[in-house]
Structure formats: C-alpha cells, structure tokens
Design a protein around this ligand. Sequence first.
Ligand code: PLP
Length: 398
Amino acid sequence: MKPNPCLENIAPGYLFPEIAKRRNAYQAAHPDVRVISLGVGNTTEPLFGTIADGLVREAKALATADGYSGYQDEGREDLRKGISAAFYGGKFDADEIFISDGAKCDVGRLQLLFGRDVPVAVQDPAYPVYVDGSVLIGAGGAYVDGQGYAGITYLPCTPEGDFFPDLTKVRPGSLLYICSPNNPTGYVMTRAQLETLVSFANHNGCIILFDAAYAEFIRDAALPKTIFDIAGAETCAIEINSFSKPAGFTGVRLGWTVVPFGLAYDGGGSVNKAWSRVTATIFNGASNVAQAGGLAALSPEGLKEIRALTDYYLENAKRIKQTLEARGIWTIGGDNSPYIWARFPGRTSWDVFDELLNEYHIVTTPGSGFGPAGESFVRFSAFGHHADVEEACARLAK
Ligand code: PLP
C-alpha cells in the first residue's frame, strides 16, 4: 500500500525538533547551566479552584447512576449557550456553536468543508497548522524548497505594513486564515483592520477562518476580541477558539467553533449544516469532564480565574518586553497577547536563537520557522513561572 500522496507533500516538522536538538546539545556540553525556556506556547500554571472543582465534580458524578453520561456529540447545550453569553453577548444560537477538543483539532478538520480545490491564503508568519492542515487535505500542492507551497498564497505581515496582509494578492473565493491576537507576532488587529478584512471577504466570496485562541489576553478595550464584533462578519467568517490558553486547558482539551447560520456556500447551501454533518461523521464530541470544566470556567468565579491566569502570563510578557526594549531591541506584542516578537535587523533568526542559548542560556523560537517573513525575528513566549521569567530577564539585562 502507498501513503496518501498529501503526506508526501507535507514538509517535515523542522522547527521544534531543531530547537530541541540545539538545546540538548548545549545542555550536554554544559550540564551545570540551567537553561530557561521562553520558547513554547504551552501553559505552566495550575488550574484555579472553581475550574478544577468543575472537572472533579463531573469525574465523580460519572461514577454515580444519576450523574453518568455517555456521548454528547454536539456538546452540552448549557455550555454552548454559556459561550454565546460570555463571549458573544448572547447573539449566537446554541446551534451556531460547536464544542471541540481544541482549536488545533478544529483547524485541521475545518478544511473538510471546502475540499482540495479551494485557494488558500495565510498570513506569513503563521501558526503552522493552517498551512499543513490545508496540505494534508490536498490543497496547497507540492512544496517548493525555499518558496513554500505552490497553491498557497503567503501574505507577509510585517511592521512596515502594520502587520496587515496585502489583500490584493488574495484570489476571490479563497479561504483566508487570520489569527488575532497573533501567534507568533503577538500583534492584535485593530477594529479598522478587521472591518477592511470583513468587507474584502464579503465582496470577494472569501471565507475567513479566524483563530481567536488568545482573545482573552486582550486588555485594550478598543481592540475587538472576536471577528463577530464587526458588522458583516456573520456572512463571511468562522471563528475558532479554545479554553487552552485562558483557562490552562492545554492538557484538558476543550475548544469551540462558531459557524453562523448566515454563512453560505456559493449557491446558498448552509455552511453551518455542512459542519454539523462533518462533525457528526468524524468527531464524537469533547470529553464530558472537560465540558464540565468549561462550564465552571464560564461562571462568574471561573471568569475571574481566567482573568487572573491571563494576567499572570501578561505580567511575564510585560517584564520580557520591557527588558528587551531597555536593551534597544524593537518589539511588538506582549501588551494584549502572551507573545513578544523581537526584531534583530541584519541577522538570521537562528543566529539570534544560538546567541540567546549560548550566551544567556535562554530558549526562544526563531521567527523564520513560522514563515519567510519571520526571518530576523525571534518569538519570546510569556508562558512560564514568574521566577523563571525573572531570572531570564536578569540574564538578558546584563
Ligand atoms: N491556535 C493558535 C493560534 C495557537 O497558538 C494554538 C496553540 O498554541 C492553538 C490554536 C491550539 O489550541 P488548542 O490547544 O485549543 O488546540
């Protein structure tokens, strides 16, 4: 039997294995040095009480005759209603919200709605699953070394362009992946930028796949936390979101996707109905325990815990950003997101990565690993214990 040809098209996951290889080599040569990681997007802090209690209660209930539950395919209705109330002002019907086992999983599955012939456009730099998920389904074509995938339009998002893509490059009828607050740049799109996007998508038959996994880190009230704050988004956007980063659920696994009733294929077919069919076919629902935890996270106490947890990481972000800027390094992000994108003109990202590892014993993520426009940048992640971030910043300040 031969492998799926799409698997042969997908470029090997090079970034994080290469980081681990360099880190391990350094550690092996310097066993007494304590290397600190500011490199990954994994959460580090324990769950708070209300949310943890929600998980425990449900797990215990499953051991009782009254509390036992089995499949809950489309997700608990009270959770779907709760998400609509907590994050969208109650404007979505429970049937417009689909509970998932996380944002990444849904990003991977959503492409099934559009098949292999849809043109795809992604921000550059970007979270890798947008490209790889597209390639896995056959969209994107073959990988051309140094250029990316022939069938994918890369949209550089740079400081010079206010981190906004050049939409004239996007073909009509494209799937357009947008992430805000952005991983890796930490940039948050303004209301005016989102309005431009929505208007473009509506006029050009595009659908925006809007990844808002970091929305709860936004503190500036002028910055929209959801694409659905923008008039017209309900006819051109799908939003993917997650409890992973705001509630510390990276290991618990729970997310959601909003597919509005108003979103239609060319010819008028309902995308919401199609997504319902796809998820019923290949997904049997998120864990009942995780859903109970999510419901607890939406209670008034739970929402305070989300605020406290995101504040904790934002404090780290502020500390890292201030330290870098005090050294004259240009940065973006970190105010309304847990990532700081630092620029090192004239140098490669890997060169800076090596210097930070060898001289400061800090692991970061080379920006070039997220796409060609990430060259000369390095991503600092604020996911870490305060004490580690303090020590890393003390080293960086020297
Ligand atoms: N979307 C973005 C932009 C991310 O950075 C991540 C994780 O790092 C995810 C989605 C994955 O979220 P989940 O844990 O819900 O799969």
